[in-house]
Ligand binder design. Structure first.
Ligand code: MN
Length: 130
């Protein structure tokens, strides 16, 4: 794709949003949402190329947001990456079973892991970093 990919980040922690934006904005257009309902309506109004989705969110948690995204034809096949706290390590395989395409640990300390995960899932990418 020639245009910059658009990534939606739904994350209620402002520090995590700032860090995510700092790591991504050189390569991608980043749109941020702080609650599940805001993220869901924003994504459905203008679907991005990939979603980074926190699990613990006010209003509607990440699992519920994912269910709504998968149920809507505008977003059913969007790549969705779960942002998971280290303490949730035991739940990660469960997240894949729920339909998340991948997960990334928070706080994000491994920039390459994040970028590789995103590039692997973006439509039309060969899986390598450009
Ligand atoms: Mn959270």
């Amino acid at each position: 794709m020639t245009r910059r990919p658009r990534i939606a980040m739904i994350e209620d922690n402002e520090d995590n949003r700032l860090l995510g934006r700092a790591l991504l904005e050189d390569r991608y257009d980043v749109i941020e949402f702080a609650t599940g309902p805001d993220g869901l309506s924003g994504i459905l109004a203008e679907p991005p190329d990939l979603v980074l989705l926190d699990i613990s969110l006010p209003g509607m948690d990440g699992r519920e947001v994912l269910d709504h995204l998968r149920a809507d034809p505008r977003s059913a096949t969007l790549p969705v990456v779960a942002l998971t706290a280290h303490a949730m390590a035991g739940d990660r395989e469960h997240l894949l079973k729920l339909g998340f395409d991948a997960y990334v640990s928070k706080p994000i300390v491994d920039e390459q892991d994040l970028l590789k995960t995103i590039e692997r899932l973006l439509p039309g990418r060969e899986g390598g970093l450009a």
